[in-house]
Design a protein around this ligand. Structure first.
Ligand code: ADP
Ligand code: ADP
Length: 234
């Protein structure tokens, strides 16, 4: 089943100025439910712009983005915010946890903001604590745990909403290589269980975990790799 479709997406910043910036020129690709995709490209290639558009944080200047059968281009700001809460979750390079809340309350937060009952949060956190190995840190605070542990908490916070799509922006960018491997193993695990993941990364090691890598340059897709059983094939 197709989860996400981008159809000739363009994004121009400062369109009326003397120097408009065409951050995205013509981007088309589909994402099937359950895929694990890496997006790579040099700084300035348009990766953040692309992620922001899929995240409904920014609108395309042209083309169409259809996520879960809904056309994002037609949303008002309120509709976008609701859609984001219900369908998407984010994992960031710097974890973005709230230091004033316990790890458990950080994980609950998206459901608190969506006015969901405590009972639902308590039910949903149980399998997450187990599969993400966060039993020992769940009632501590973000300041009090390592970067890799913070990213585990952030992944739990993403998964607790049962999102259709996880958008990860350099999720291993602030971690050492051993810890990165642990986090990437977690992404492998949650993808195997059916979670769709779209990850922007500079790391070839991280991208090698995805089954498909899309390379963008100067606002266009210039290369795509599919990883077979053991090796890459174009
Ligand atoms: P990286 O260049 O990110 O360290 P690799 O050296 O493993 O990644 O390259 C993986 C493949 O992607 C190579 O065939 C490389 O030529 C190609 N590639 C080309 N341009 C880029 C780019 N801007 N970012 C990542 N990979 C690229
Ligand atoms: P990446 O994430 O691959 O580094 P970005 O999507 O951040 O690339 O940026 C793509 C291009 O759009 C760059 O030339 C960048 O300078 C430009 N850009 C990004 N955001 C803005 C903005 N708000 N206003 C003007 N130009 C922007």
């Amino acid at each position: 089943m197709t989860l996400l479709q981008l159809h000739h997406v363009q994004r121009t910043y400062q369109p009326n100025s003397t120097h408009p910036v065409q951050a995205l020129k013509d981007i088309s690709f589909d994402v099937q439910l359950g895929e694990y995709i890496a997006i790579m490209g040099e700084s300035g290639a348009g990766k953040s712009t692309l992620l922001n558009i899929i995240a409904t944080l920014e609108k395309a200047s042209g083309g169409e983005v259809i996520l879960n059968k809904q056309n994002l281009s037609h949303f008002t700001a309120d509709e976008a915010a609701r859609f984001r809460r219900e369908h998407l979750a984010f994992v960031f390079q710097h974890f973005n946890l709230l230091d004033s809340l316990s790890n458990r309350d950080n994980i609950y937060l998206p459901l608190v903001l969506a006015s969901q009952p405590l009972k639902l949060m308590q039910e949903r956190i149980v399998p997450l604590i187990q599969s993400l190995h966060i039993e020992k840190i769940i009632d501590r605070y973000p300041n009090d745990i390592s970067g890799g542990q913070q990213q585990r908490i952030a992944i739990a916070r993403a998964l607790i909403t049962h999102p259709n799509l996880i958008l990860a922006d350099e999720p291993t960018g602030a971690l050492d290589s051993n810890t990165s491997q642990e986090i990437l193993a977690l992404f492998d695990h949650i993808n195997k269980k059916g979670q769709t993941i779209l990850m922007v990364t500079h790391s070839a090691a991280a991208a090698s975990h995805a089954k498909r890598t899309i390379f963008i340059k100067d606002g266009r897709i210039y290369h795509e790799l599919y990883r077979g059983n053991d090796s890459y094939s174009a």
